[in-house]
Design a protein around this ligand. Structure first.
Ligand SMILES: C[S@@+](CC[C@H](N)C(=O)[O-])C[C@H]1O[C@@H](n2cnc3c(N)ncnc32)[C@H](O)[C@@H]1O
Length: 304
């Protein structure tokens, strides 16, 4: 059966958990359930697969795909950064495996009414969780020029961030900016045309801000490190250099070390991927979205 979202680095993710016995697995970004299907197939010992996603649409699609494991899979609608609370509510102390595949899914990109895409007209929404409050429209129409500039520069690495922010502030004085098309018309003249659509980085930056994606990642990694059982593994797929840097640094901070002189131990993680794993040429050809994907994997070695 064809599913709307193609999972990236599928083979590499399965390999990341190879040899681990994982009664409890936490999938923080269930999406269309592609990684879940592969992990459940490779690990018949899984007793409880917690599939979390902010987006209710994901659950409906994944439920069909994972119907063979319906006794084991539990869908949780919420943010993976709240894993600790979800585990506490279920009276569970630890997980044996943790995966996040952060970013947007094809189900979100392809539905113009959700406003994630610059390829068609839609409202400036971009919320992964449709019940959350902040929308792209609110950011575009109410944030100060300096803050817009920071968002475009930091989250989009957009070199024309200042010009784009100024153009938006000028335009909104005349009329509120409500749709993706309106926003594109405003920023297009001040952005440089290159290999990608000129509004790509502006849209990416807004999506990251609306969904607090970097904050989610920082809090989620803390949860994963705290609640992973020694011997368990944590795998993170990111699509953005800022996200990859956050994962790299957070893992490095907690790397397990023994001081030469005092023999004192510190940290609790063994880094299994010194460099992040990337998609093969074949996968990049087949699924262009995988070109920017990076996978980092660590193992929890102690409970410190
Ligand atoms: C790239 S897709 C995941 C695809 C999935 N791994 C698969 O194989 O089908 C990312 C998903 O993560 C969800 N998501 C993003 N940030 C999240 C967060 N902080 N908490 C929970 N879900 C999140 C999105 O709603 C989206 O459905």
């Amino acid at each position: 059966m064809n599913y709307p979202h193609r999972s990236v680095l599928l083979h590499e993710v399965v390999q990341a958990f190879e040899g681990c016995s994982m009664p409890v697995f936490f999938d923080g970004t269930l999406g269309a359930g592609g990684h879940a299907e592969a992990i459940l197939s490779a690990h018949p010992e899984i007793e409880h697969y917690l599939g979390c996603d902010r987006d209710p649409v994901a659950h409906a699609i994944a439920a069909k795909r994972l119907s063979s494991w319906e006794q084991k899979v539990e869908f949780i609608r919420g943010s993976y950064s709240e894993m600790g609370r979800f585990l506490d509510e279920r009276k569970m102390d630890f997980v044996d495996g943790f995966l996040i595949d952060i970013g947007v899914s094809s189900m979100q990109l392809d539905v113009m009414e959700r406003g994630f895409s610059f390829r068609g007209e839609g409202p400036l929404d971009m919320r992964m969780d449709p019940s959350s409050e902040l929308t792209a429209e609110e950011i575009i129409n109410s944030y100060a020029e300096k803050e817009l500039e920071r968002i475009f520069w930091e989250y989009g690495e957009e070199k024309q961030s200042r010009r784009a922010a100024a153009a938006i502030v000028q335009a909104r004085k005349k009329k509120a900016i409500r749709t993706t098309d309106q926003l594109i018309e405003i920023v297009k003249p001040v952005l440089k045309w290159g290999k990608i659509h000129p509004a790509t980085l502006i849209f990416q930056a807004l999506r990251i801000a609306v969904n607090d994606e970097l904050g989610e990642l920082e809090r989620g990694l803390d949860q994963a490190i705290a609640r992973c059982r020694p011997g368990g593994r944590i795998a993170v797929i990111s699509f953005h250099s800022l996200e990859d840097r956050i994962a790299k640094h957070r893992f490095k901070e907690s790397e397990w070390k023994v001081a030469k002189r005092s023999r004192q131990q510190s940290g609790c993680l063994k880094i299994l991927t010194k460099k992040p794993l990337e998609a093969s040429d074949e996968e990049c050809r087949d699924n262009p979205r995988s070109r920017s994907a990076k996978l980092r994997v660590v193992e929890k070695v102690s409970d410190q």
